[in-house]
Design a binder for this molecule. Structure first.
Ligand SMILES: [Zn+2]
Length: 77
């Protein structure tokens, strides 16, 4: 089993400062099959509101978009 982390991310692009989801994810960046960076508290800005979320920096240097993380969630069994 891969390591997992529980993180809070925006539920959608226009989160209005409220729409967050907390999810447990395999802590692997699937494009590279490498570990993701450690999550840290961050602020997401949708253009008019702030939302407290987690962010992380992948050691391989690839930047993940929340939109891609949400798409990956939809295809999980
Ligand atoms: Zn990468």
């Amino acid at each position: 089993m891969p390591e997992e982390r529980t993180v809070t991310i925006p539920a959608r692009e226009q989160h209005a400062g409220q729409a967050s989801i907390t999810v447990t994810l395999p802590w692997i960046y699937q494009q590279c099959d490498g570990p993701r960076g450690e999550p840290y508290s961050a602020i997401s800005w949708d253009g008019s509101h702030q939302l407290a979320v987690h962010s992380w920096i992948n050691p391989c240097g690839h930047v993940e978009k929340y939109s891609q993380v949400r798409r990956d969630l939809e295809v999980q069994p």
